[in-house]
Design a protein around this ligand. Structure first.
Ligand code: ZN
Length: 128
């Protein structure tokens, strides 16, 4: 039978602290469970506020999207093109986020996102 200790052992070491993720140039985002908004997280800011040993695992914050009352959790990736891992270890938190809203970015807020891919490609897009 799998235990919590077994699961924790599978996490890469670089995910254990904001300082380690910063040294690895890892990518970190916050994701809202309610509205799905995905926002960039500046690891320099996290380290400056909380120190390099600060862990992002199981850290919930209020969503920064106006009018949303959801909670965000952190996701991390080693670099572009790699899988994103939710930084959640607490089984109760994992279960509470079992059903998530689809991820939303600025691309979902632009009118061009609703049109065909060809028309969308012709529209100027902000750098995301
Ligand atoms: Zn939200």
């Amino acid at each position: 039978m799998e235990t919590g200790a077994d699961i924790i052992a599978l996490w890469p070491r670089w995910m254990n602290s904001a300082g380690a993720m910063l040294r690895m140039n890892a990518l970190v985002r916050s994701r809202c469970a309610k509205c799905g908004t995905l926002l960039r997280v500046e690891l320099e800011d996290i380290v400056a506020r909380h120190g390099p040993g600060y862990s992002l695992f199981d850290r919930l914050e209020r969503c920064r999207m106006v009018a949303c009352i959801g909670s965000t959790f952190y996701v991390a990736s080693r670099t572009y093109g790699r899988d994103w891992a939710a930084l959640l270890r607490d089984p109760a938190l994992v279960e509470s986020f079992d059903t998530l809203a689809p991820t939303r970015t600025a691309l979902d807020l632009l009118p061009a996102a609703a049109s065909s891919a060809g028309a969308a490609a012709a529209e100027p897009r902000p750098h995301v």
